[in-house]
Design a protein around this ligand. Structure first.
Ligand code: SF4
Ligand code: SF4
Length: 403
Protein backbone atom coordinates (compact mmCIF):
# COMPACT_ATOMS: atom_id res chain seq x y z
CA UNK A 1 0.00 0.00 0.00
CA UNK A 2 1.38 3.41 -0.99
CA UNK A 3 1.46 5.92 1.84
CA UNK A 4 2.02 9.66 2.16
CA UNK A 5 2.23 10.09 5.89
CA UNK A 6 2.91 13.64 7.08
CA UNK A 7 6.58 14.48 7.78
CA UNK A 8 5.87 15.33 11.40
CA UNK A 9 4.36 11.90 12.04
CA UNK A 10 6.98 10.06 9.99
CA UNK A 11 9.71 11.48 12.22
CA UNK A 12 8.26 9.72 15.26
CA UNK A 13 8.92 6.09 16.17
CA UNK A 14 5.19 5.36 15.95
CA UNK A 15 4.93 7.03 12.54
CA UNK A 16 7.79 4.92 11.18
CA UNK A 17 6.22 1.75 12.56
CA UNK A 18 2.81 2.65 11.11
CA UNK A 19 4.39 3.33 7.72
CA UNK A 20 6.18 -0.01 7.77
CA UNK A 21 2.98 -1.85 8.68
CA UNK A 22 0.84 -0.05 6.09
CA UNK A 23 3.30 -0.78 3.32
CA UNK A 24 2.94 -4.50 3.98
CA UNK A 25 -0.79 -4.40 3.28
CA UNK A 26 -1.74 -5.30 -0.29
CA UNK A 27 -5.50 -4.50 0.08
CA UNK A 28 -6.43 -8.10 -0.70
CA UNK A 29 -9.21 -8.15 1.90
CA UNK A 30 -8.66 -11.78 2.93
CA UNK A 31 -8.73 -10.54 6.52
CA UNK A 32 -12.33 -9.35 6.16
CA UNK A 33 -13.49 -12.95 5.88
CA UNK A 34 -12.51 -13.79 9.46
CA UNK A 35 -13.39 -10.49 11.11
CA UNK A 36 -16.23 -10.98 13.63
CA UNK A 37 -17.44 -7.36 13.50
CA UNK A 38 -17.60 -7.40 9.70
CA UNK A 39 -19.63 -10.59 9.88
CA UNK A 40 -22.12 -8.80 12.12
CA UNK A 41 -22.45 -5.43 10.38
CA UNK A 42 -21.35 -6.15 6.79
CA UNK A 43 -19.81 -2.66 6.75
CA UNK A 44 -16.30 -2.47 5.25
CA UNK A 45 -15.40 0.15 7.88
CA UNK A 46 -16.07 -2.48 10.55
CA UNK A 47 -13.56 -4.78 8.86
CA UNK A 48 -9.76 -4.76 9.19
CA UNK A 49 -9.12 -3.44 5.68
CA UNK A 50 -11.55 -0.57 6.19
CA UNK A 51 -10.06 0.27 9.58
CA UNK A 52 -6.59 0.23 8.05
CA UNK A 53 -7.78 2.82 5.50
CA UNK A 54 -9.25 4.97 8.27
CA UNK A 55 -5.98 4.91 10.21
CA UNK A 56 -4.00 5.64 7.04
CA UNK A 57 -6.12 8.74 6.40
CA UNK A 58 -5.42 10.03 9.92
CA UNK A 59 -1.69 9.39 9.48
CA UNK A 60 -1.85 11.32 6.21
CA UNK A 61 -3.29 14.35 7.98
CA UNK A 62 -7.05 13.94 7.78
CA UNK A 63 -8.82 15.18 10.89
CA UNK A 64 -10.63 12.20 12.48
CA UNK A 65 -14.20 12.54 13.74
CA UNK A 66 -16.47 10.54 15.99
CA UNK A 67 -17.41 8.20 13.11
CA UNK A 68 -13.79 7.12 12.63
CA UNK A 69 -13.45 6.68 16.37
CA UNK A 70 -16.59 4.54 16.59
CA UNK A 71 -15.37 2.17 13.85
CA UNK A 72 -12.04 1.79 15.67
CA UNK A 73 -13.84 1.36 19.02
CA UNK A 74 -15.92 -1.44 17.54
CA UNK A 75 -12.79 -3.47 16.80
CA UNK A 76 -12.47 -6.30 19.33
CA UNK A 77 -8.66 -6.35 19.01
CA UNK A 78 -9.13 -10.10 18.59
CA UNK A 79 -6.38 -10.08 15.93
CA UNK A 80 -8.06 -12.86 13.97
CA UNK A 81 -7.21 -10.72 10.93
CA UNK A 82 -3.50 -11.11 11.73
CA UNK A 83 -3.84 -14.90 11.69
CA UNK A 84 -5.54 -14.68 8.28
CA UNK A 85 -3.36 -12.04 6.62
CA UNK A 86 -0.95 -13.59 4.08
CA UNK A 87 1.29 -10.49 4.15
CA UNK A 88 1.99 -10.49 7.89
CA UNK A 89 0.39 -7.10 8.57
CA UNK A 90 0.72 -6.21 12.28
CA UNK A 91 -2.82 -4.97 12.52
CA UNK A 92 -2.90 -4.92 16.34
CA UNK A 93 0.09 -2.60 16.53
CA UNK A 94 -1.34 -0.34 13.81
CA UNK A 95 -4.67 -0.16 15.62
CA UNK A 96 -2.89 0.86 18.84
CA UNK A 97 -1.17 3.68 16.98
CA UNK A 98 -4.37 4.74 15.20
CA UNK A 99 -6.52 4.67 18.33
CA UNK A 100 -4.01 6.77 20.25
CA UNK A 101 -3.81 9.38 17.47
CA UNK A 102 -7.59 9.53 17.12
CA UNK A 103 -7.98 9.82 20.89
CA UNK A 104 -5.52 12.77 20.92
CA UNK A 105 -7.46 14.59 18.18
CA UNK A 106 -11.09 13.96 19.12
CA UNK A 107 -13.24 14.61 22.14
CA UNK A 108 -15.50 11.82 23.33
CA UNK A 109 -18.98 12.67 24.63
CA UNK A 110 -19.27 13.34 28.35
CA UNK A 111 -21.22 10.13 28.94
CA UNK A 112 -18.63 8.05 27.06
CA UNK A 113 -15.79 9.62 29.04
CA UNK A 114 -17.66 9.10 32.29
CA UNK A 115 -18.38 5.45 31.50
CA UNK A 116 -14.74 4.79 30.64
CA UNK A 117 -13.53 6.53 33.78
CA UNK A 118 -15.94 4.53 35.96
CA UNK A 119 -14.83 1.23 34.43
CA UNK A 120 -11.18 2.11 35.04
CA UNK A 121 -11.77 3.24 38.62
CA UNK A 122 -13.88 0.21 39.48
CA UNK A 123 -11.57 -2.38 37.92
CA UNK A 124 -8.31 -0.80 39.03
CA UNK A 125 -9.15 0.12 42.63
CA UNK A 126 -8.83 -3.25 44.29
CA UNK A 127 -10.62 -2.50 47.62
CA UNK A 128 -13.53 -0.93 45.71
CA UNK A 129 -13.81 -3.84 43.28
CA UNK A 130 -13.47 -6.47 46.04
CA UNK A 131 -16.21 -4.78 48.08
CA UNK A 132 -18.50 -4.49 45.03
CA UNK A 133 -18.09 -8.19 44.19
CA UNK A 134 -18.45 -9.34 47.81
CA UNK A 135 -21.68 -7.32 48.13
CA UNK A 136 -23.03 -8.58 44.79
CA UNK A 137 -22.29 -12.18 45.84
CA UNK A 138 -24.14 -11.61 49.11
CA UNK A 139 -27.30 -10.39 47.42
CA UNK A 140 -26.85 -12.50 44.29
CA UNK A 141 -30.16 -14.34 44.68
CA UNK A 142 -32.07 -11.07 44.50
CA UNK A 143 -30.25 -9.63 41.48
CA UNK A 144 -31.91 -9.50 38.04
CA UNK A 145 -30.86 -12.61 36.09
CA UNK A 146 -28.88 -10.60 33.49
CA UNK A 147 -26.56 -9.28 36.24
CA UNK A 148 -26.68 -12.42 38.34
CA UNK A 149 -25.22 -14.52 35.55
CA UNK A 150 -22.22 -12.18 35.34
CA UNK A 151 -21.40 -12.52 39.04
CA UNK A 152 -19.93 -15.92 39.91
CA UNK A 153 -20.93 -17.50 43.20
CA UNK A 154 -18.35 -17.36 45.97
CA UNK A 155 -16.37 -20.64 45.85
CA UNK A 156 -17.44 -23.12 48.53
CA UNK A 157 -13.85 -23.84 49.38
CA UNK A 158 -10.65 -21.92 48.69
CA UNK A 159 -7.78 -24.10 47.50
CA UNK A 160 -4.61 -23.86 49.61
CA UNK A 161 -1.55 -22.14 48.17
CA UNK A 162 1.35 -24.64 48.07
CA UNK A 163 3.98 -23.86 50.70
CA UNK A 164 6.94 -25.87 49.42
CA UNK A 165 9.97 -23.89 48.25
CA UNK A 166 11.61 -24.99 45.01
CA UNK A 167 14.77 -23.99 43.22
CA UNK A 168 12.77 -23.33 40.06
CA UNK A 169 10.49 -20.31 40.30
CA UNK A 170 8.09 -18.24 38.24
CA UNK A 171 6.32 -14.94 38.92
CA UNK A 172 2.52 -15.07 38.73
CA UNK A 173 0.71 -11.82 37.91
CA UNK A 174 -2.63 -11.81 39.75
CA UNK A 175 -4.34 -9.32 37.43
CA UNK A 176 -7.00 -6.81 38.44
CA UNK A 177 -10.35 -8.59 38.68
CA UNK A 178 -9.65 -12.31 38.77
CA UNK A 179 -8.58 -12.63 42.45
CA UNK A 180 -11.99 -11.34 43.57
CA UNK A 181 -14.07 -13.16 40.96
CA UNK A 182 -12.36 -16.55 40.65
CA UNK A 183 -9.70 -16.85 43.39
CA UNK A 184 -9.16 -20.57 42.80
CA UNK A 185 -7.73 -20.19 39.29
CA UNK A 186 -4.33 -18.87 40.38
CA UNK A 187 -4.30 -21.32 43.26
CA UNK A 188 -4.93 -24.20 40.84
CA UNK A 189 -2.04 -23.00 38.67
CA UNK A 190 0.27 -22.85 41.70
CA UNK A 191 -0.75 -26.41 42.70
CA UNK A 192 -0.02 -27.78 39.21
CA UNK A 193 3.32 -25.94 39.08
CA UNK A 194 4.22 -27.17 42.57
CA UNK A 195 3.62 -30.73 41.38
CA UNK A 196 6.12 -30.00 38.61
CA UNK A 197 8.70 -28.77 41.16
CA UNK A 198 8.19 -25.09 40.38
CA UNK A 199 7.46 -22.44 42.99
CA UNK A 200 4.98 -19.65 42.26
CA UNK A 201 6.01 -16.20 43.49
CA UNK A 202 3.33 -13.59 44.04
CA UNK A 203 4.81 -10.11 44.15
CA UNK A 204 2.62 -7.84 46.30
CA UNK A 205 3.06 -4.61 44.31
CA UNK A 206 2.07 -6.02 40.94
CA UNK A 207 -1.61 -6.23 39.97
CA UNK A 208 -3.09 -5.18 36.66
CA UNK A 209 -0.97 -5.75 33.54
CA UNK A 210 -1.87 -2.26 32.23
CA UNK A 211 -4.22 -3.59 29.56
CA UNK A 212 -7.40 -2.05 30.99
CA UNK A 213 -5.98 1.50 30.95
CA UNK A 214 -4.43 0.91 27.54
CA UNK A 215 -7.76 -0.15 26.03
CA UNK A 216 -9.57 2.81 27.58
CA UNK A 217 -7.38 5.56 26.10
CA UNK A 218 -5.47 6.13 29.38
CA UNK A 219 -2.05 5.59 27.84
CA UNK A 220 0.02 7.36 30.52
CA UNK A 221 -1.72 5.36 33.23
CA UNK A 222 -1.10 2.13 31.26
CA UNK A 223 2.60 2.88 30.91
CA UNK A 224 2.89 3.81 34.60
CA UNK A 225 1.28 0.47 35.55
CA UNK A 226 3.65 -1.44 33.27
CA UNK A 227 6.69 0.35 34.71
CA UNK A 228 5.54 -0.28 38.26
CA UNK A 229 5.22 -4.01 37.46
CA UNK A 230 8.67 -4.02 35.90
CA UNK A 231 10.15 -2.32 39.00
CA UNK A 232 8.58 -4.87 41.31
CA UNK A 233 9.75 -7.83 39.19
CA UNK A 234 13.20 -6.52 38.33
CA UNK A 235 15.11 -7.70 41.45
CA UNK A 236 14.03 -11.28 40.69
CA UNK A 237 14.92 -10.94 37.02
CA UNK A 238 18.28 -9.28 37.68
CA UNK A 239 19.28 -12.03 40.09
CA UNK A 240 18.16 -14.78 37.67
CA UNK A 241 15.74 -16.12 40.25
CA UNK A 242 12.82 -16.76 37.90
CA UNK A 243 12.26 -18.72 34.71
CA UNK A 244 9.10 -17.02 33.48
CA UNK A 245 6.45 -14.38 34.11
CA UNK A 246 3.01 -15.90 33.86
CA UNK A 247 -0.61 -14.89 34.13
CA UNK A 248 -3.51 -17.32 34.17
CA UNK A 249 -5.43 -14.80 32.03
CA UNK A 250 -4.35 -14.84 28.39
CA UNK A 251 -5.52 -11.22 28.06
CA UNK A 252 -2.89 -10.15 30.60
CA UNK A 253 -0.21 -12.44 29.17
CA UNK A 254 -0.53 -10.99 25.68
CA UNK A 255 -0.10 -7.51 27.16
CA UNK A 256 3.05 -8.48 29.08
CA UNK A 257 4.43 -9.99 25.88
CA UNK A 258 4.06 -6.51 24.36
CA UNK A 259 5.72 -4.49 27.15
CA UNK A 260 8.87 -4.32 25.02
CA UNK A 261 6.97 -2.79 22.10
CA UNK A 262 4.81 -0.50 24.20
CA UNK A 263 7.74 0.97 26.13
CA UNK A 264 10.13 1.07 23.16
CA UNK A 265 10.19 4.90 23.29
CA UNK A 266 11.09 5.02 26.97
CA UNK A 267 14.85 5.27 27.31
CA UNK A 268 14.81 4.23 30.97
CA UNK A 269 12.59 1.21 30.60
CA UNK A 270 12.86 -0.13 27.05
CA UNK A 271 15.59 -2.69 27.79
CA UNK A 272 13.94 -3.91 30.96
CA UNK A 273 10.56 -4.06 29.23
CA UNK A 274 12.06 -6.11 26.39
CA UNK A 275 13.55 -8.53 28.94
CA UNK A 276 10.18 -8.85 30.70
CA UNK A 277 8.52 -9.66 27.38
CA UNK A 278 11.16 -12.31 26.69
CA UNK A 279 10.39 -13.94 30.03
CA UNK A 280 6.65 -13.79 29.51
CA UNK A 281 5.10 -17.17 28.68
CA UNK A 282 1.56 -18.31 28.45
CA UNK A 283 0.69 -20.76 31.22
CA UNK A 284 -0.15 -23.41 28.62
CA UNK A 285 3.20 -22.97 26.82
CA UNK A 286 5.07 -23.22 30.07
CA UNK A 287 3.22 -26.23 31.48
CA UNK A 288 3.25 -28.07 28.13
CA UNK A 289 7.04 -27.72 28.03
CA UNK A 290 7.30 -29.69 31.31
CA UNK A 291 6.66 -33.38 31.87
CA UNK A 292 2.99 -33.75 30.86
CA UNK A 293 2.49 -36.92 32.92
CA UNK A 294 3.50 -34.97 36.03
CA UNK A 295 1.38 -31.97 35.11
CA UNK A 296 -1.91 -33.75 34.68
CA UNK A 297 -3.99 -35.45 37.29
CA UNK A 298 -5.84 -38.43 35.82
CA UNK A 299 -9.24 -37.21 34.90
CA UNK A 300 -12.75 -38.26 34.27
CA UNK A 301 -14.37 -39.06 30.97
CA UNK A 302 -16.24 -35.75 30.89
CA UNK A 303 -16.86 -34.23 27.48
CA UNK A 304 -15.31 -30.78 27.44
CA UNK A 305 -15.33 -27.92 24.93
CA UNK A 306 -12.26 -25.70 25.01
CA UNK A 307 -12.84 -22.12 23.91
CA UNK A 308 -9.43 -20.72 22.93
CA UNK A 309 -9.41 -16.98 23.70
CA UNK A 310 -8.31 -14.71 20.85
CA UNK A 311 -5.50 -13.46 23.09
CA UNK A 312 -4.18 -17.03 23.07
CA UNK A 313 -4.75 -18.27 19.51
CA UNK A 314 -4.32 -14.97 17.63
CA UNK A 315 -2.64 -12.49 19.99
CA UNK A 316 0.03 -14.92 21.19
CA UNK A 317 -0.27 -17.36 18.29
CA UNK A 318 -0.25 -20.22 20.79
CA UNK A 319 -2.36 -23.14 19.63
CA UNK A 320 -2.91 -26.75 20.64
CA UNK A 321 -1.08 -26.62 24.00
CA UNK A 322 -4.13 -26.56 26.27
CA UNK A 323 -5.80 -29.21 24.16
CA UNK A 324 -2.83 -31.57 24.42
CA UNK A 325 -2.58 -31.06 28.20
CA UNK A 326 -6.28 -31.77 28.67
CA UNK A 327 -6.17 -34.84 26.45
CA UNK A 328 -3.11 -36.13 28.31
CA UNK A 329 -5.20 -36.09 31.47
CA UNK A 330 -7.87 -38.29 29.87
CA UNK A 331 -10.35 -35.58 29.00
CA UNK A 332 -12.46 -36.02 25.90
CA UNK A 333 -12.49 -32.77 23.93
CA UNK A 334 -15.36 -31.96 21.63
CA UNK A 335 -14.95 -29.70 18.61
CA UNK A 336 -17.37 -27.00 17.49
CA UNK A 337 -17.80 -24.64 14.55
CA UNK A 338 -16.17 -21.19 14.32
CA UNK A 339 -13.72 -21.95 17.12
CA UNK A 340 -11.42 -19.28 15.62
CA UNK A 341 -13.95 -16.48 16.23
CA UNK A 342 -14.11 -14.14 19.22
CA UNK A 343 -16.75 -14.73 21.93
CA UNK A 344 -17.31 -10.98 22.26
CA UNK A 345 -15.71 -10.53 25.67
CA UNK A 346 -12.55 -8.70 24.54
CA UNK A 347 -11.60 -6.99 27.81
CA UNK A 348 -13.95 -4.09 28.47
CA UNK A 349 -15.67 -4.55 25.08
CA UNK A 350 -18.54 -6.51 26.65
CA UNK A 351 -19.30 -3.44 28.79
CA UNK A 352 -18.70 -0.70 26.20
CA UNK A 353 -20.09 -2.46 23.11
CA UNK A 354 -22.77 -4.53 24.82
CA UNK A 355 -25.00 -5.32 21.82
CA UNK A 356 -22.27 -6.64 19.54
CA UNK A 357 -20.60 -8.45 22.43
CA UNK A 358 -23.83 -10.29 23.22
CA UNK A 359 -24.49 -11.16 19.59
CA UNK A 360 -21.04 -12.70 19.34
CA UNK A 361 -21.46 -14.51 22.66
CA UNK A 362 -24.79 -16.01 21.65
CA UNK A 363 -23.36 -17.18 18.34
CA UNK A 364 -20.40 -18.77 20.13
CA UNK A 365 -22.59 -20.40 22.77
CA UNK A 366 -24.92 -21.80 20.12
CA UNK A 367 -21.99 -23.52 18.37
CA UNK A 368 -20.57 -24.85 21.62
CA UNK A 369 -23.92 -26.13 22.87
CA UNK A 370 -24.45 -27.99 19.57
CA UNK A 371 -21.44 -30.13 20.50
CA UNK A 372 -23.22 -31.06 23.78
CA UNK A 373 -20.29 -30.77 26.19
CA UNK A 374 -20.67 -31.37 29.95
CA UNK A 375 -18.37 -28.47 30.64
CA UNK A 376 -16.74 -25.54 28.82
CA UNK A 377 -13.20 -24.50 29.66
CA UNK A 378 -11.27 -21.46 28.55
CA UNK A 379 -8.09 -19.57 29.44
CA UNK A 380 -9.13 -16.01 30.21
CA UNK A 381 -11.31 -14.66 33.00
CA UNK A 382 -13.13 -12.24 30.67
CA UNK A 383 -14.15 -15.01 28.24
CA UNK A 384 -15.09 -17.28 31.14
CA UNK A 385 -17.54 -14.79 32.68
CA UNK A 386 -18.88 -13.61 29.34
CA UNK A 387 -19.61 -17.15 28.14
CA UNK A 388 -21.10 -18.10 31.49
CA UNK A 389 -23.55 -15.22 31.21
CA UNK A 390 -24.95 -16.86 28.06
CA UNK A 391 -25.15 -20.55 28.94
CA UNK A 392 -26.21 -22.91 31.71
CA UNK A 393 -23.28 -25.23 30.97
CA UNK A 394 -20.62 -24.56 33.65
CA UNK A 395 -17.55 -22.65 32.41
CA UNK A 396 -14.16 -23.07 34.09
CA UNK A 397 -10.48 -22.31 33.54
CA UNK A 398 -8.61 -25.21 31.94
CA UNK A 399 -5.94 -25.29 34.67
CA UNK A 400 -8.66 -26.22 37.18
CA UNK A 401 -9.09 -29.47 35.25
CA UNK A 402 -5.54 -30.59 36.05
CA UNK A 403 -5.77 -30.56 39.85
S1 SF4 B 1 -5.29 -9.64 4.52
FE1 SF4 B 1 -3.49 -8.43 5.11
S2 SF4 B 1 -2.72 -7.58 3.21
FE2 SF4 B 1 -4.82 -8.25 2.78
S3 SF4 B 1 -6.08 -6.41 3.21
FE3 SF4 B 1 -6.02 -7.57 5.10
S4 SF4 B 1 -4.30 -6.68 6.24
FE4 SF4 B 1 -4.06 -6.01 4.10
S1 SF4 C 1 -8.90 -7.36 15.44
FE1 SF4 C 1 -10.72 -8.67 15.18
S2 SF4 C 1 -12.47 -7.26 15.17
FE2 SF4 C 1 -10.62 -6.03 14.84
S3 SF4 C 1 -10.42 -5.85 12.63
FE3 SF4 C 1 -9.18 -7.62 13.24
S4 SF4 C 1 -10.54 -9.39 13.06
FE4 SF4 C 1 -11.84 -7.55 13.04
Amino acid sequence: MKTSITHAILETHQGKEANRILRNCVHCGFCNATCPTYQLTGDELDAPRGRIYLIKQVLEGKQPGSLTQSHLDRCLTCRNCESTCPSGVDYGQLLDIGRQMVSDQTQRTISDRFKRLMVRKLFLTRPLFNTAIATAQLIRTFLPSAIKRKIPEKPEKLLDWPKTEHQRKIILLPGCVQPALQPNIDRAAAIVLDRLGIQTLRIPRSGCCGGISHHLDAYDEAHATMKSNIDSWWPYIENHQIEAIISTATGCEVTIKEYGRMLADDRNYRDKAARVSELSQDLSEYVAAQDKTQASATHSDQKIAFHAPCTLQHGQQVRGKVESLLQASGIQLVSFQESHLCCGSAGTYSILQKTMAEQLRDRKVQHIESAQPDLIVTANIGCLLHLQSGTHIPVKHWIEMLI
